[in-house]
Design a protein around this ligand. Structure first.
Ligand SMILES: [Zn+2]
Length: 243
C-alpha cells in the first residue's frame, strides 16, 4: 500500500492510500481501524497528484481527523456482556443476562432492560440472540408503522408494499424501481419518530423516485417534521450504525 505524510502547522499527518476501481474521480477521506488517515483514490491516480491535492487541503484533512476521532469516542464498542447498555428505540437499556437451564433461549424487554435468558452466555451467542430479537422487533414495528403511514398516503392503494429487512452499514432504507421497500434493522436503535420518518420517506418514493421538489412536498405532507428527524439520524448515524 502506498503511503505519504502531510504537514499541518508543526504536526505531521501520515496516511495510506488504497486504490479502488469503483472510485472514478475524487479522493475520499476515511479512517483505518486504528484511527489513522486512509485515502481512497481512483485506480490510476499518481502518488504525486494525491499528495498535492491533500496538502493543498490539509486544514480540511486535519478537521476530518478530529471529527472522526470524536465520533470514534462516541461509538459504542459492545462486548455483549451483562451490565452493558444497548439502545432500543432511542432509549438506553441495561443488558441483563440470566442463566437458563432450558435449552431454548429467550429475550424480553422490561421497562428498563433487555433481559436475555440463555444456557450459553458467550458474547457470540448473546450477540446473535440480540440481533435476532432486534430483527423480530423491527418486523413487528415497521409493518405496524407502515400500515399507519400507508393509510395517510393517498398514492398507496391496494396492498401495502412488502417490507424487506436488512442489516445495513450506510443506509436507513431504500425503495427499488419495482416498489420494494427495504428497511435497516439497525433503525430499531433510533427514536420512534426517526423510524417513522424513514418509513414515510420510502413510501414517498413509491410515488416520486427522485429527490426533487415533488418528492419533498409529498414528504412534508406525510411527515411534516422530517427535517429534525433527518438531522438527528445524520448526527447519530455513527452510533446507530455501529457494530
Ligand atoms: Zn430517498
Amino acid at each position: 500500500m502506498k503511503s505519504g505524510v502531510l504537514e499541518h502547522d508543526d504536526q505531521l499527518i501520515p496516511y495510506q492510500v488504497q486504490h479502488k476501481r469503483s472510485v472514478t474521480r475524487r479522493i475520499h477521506l476515511r479512517t483505518a481501524q486504528d484511527g489513522s488517515l486512509l485515502i481512497i483514490a481512483p485506480r490510476r491516480m499518481s502518488q504525486r497528484v494525491i499528495q498535492d491535492a491533500l496538502q493543498e487541503r490539509v486544514h480540511k484533512v486535519a478537521r476530518f481527523l478530529v471529527d472522526a476521532r470524536e465520533k470514534r469516542m462516541e461509538t459504542p464498542q459492545p462486548r455483549y456482556v451483562a451490565g452493558e447498555q444497548h439502545l432500543f428505540m432511542g432509549d438506553l437499556r441495561l443488558l441483563e443476562i440470566t442463566f437458563a437451564t432450558a435449552r431454548s433461549s429467550h429475550v424480553e424487554l422490561t421497562p428498563t432492560a433487555i433481559r436475555i435468558s440463555t444456557n450459553e452466555a458467550s458474547p457470540g451467542r448473546i450477540k446473535s440472540l440480540l440481533e435476532k430479537w432486534y430483527r423480530a422487533r423491527a418486523a413487528e414495528h415497521f409493518s405496524e408503522r407502515m400500515d399507519l403511514y400507508a393509510e395517510k398516503a393517498p398514492w398507496v392503494t391496494g396492498e401495502r408494499p412488502p417490507i424487506r429487512l436488512r442489516k445495513m452499514k450506510r443506509t436507513w432504507g431504500n425503495c427499488s424501481a419495482k416498489g420494494n421497500i427495504t428497511l435497516n434493522t439497525r433503525l430499531m436503535k433510533a427514536p420512534p419518530d426517526c423510524i417513522d420518518y424513514v418509513i414515510a420517506h420510502e413510501l414517498c418514493h413509491l410515488q416520486e423516485m427522485n429527490h426533487g421538489r415533488a418528492f419533498y412536498s409529498l414528504q412534508s405532507e406525510l411527515f411534516p417534521d422530517w427535517r429534525s428527524a433527518r438531522s438527528h439520524l445524520r448526527a447519530k448515524a455513527h452510533v446507530y450504525l455501529a457494530d
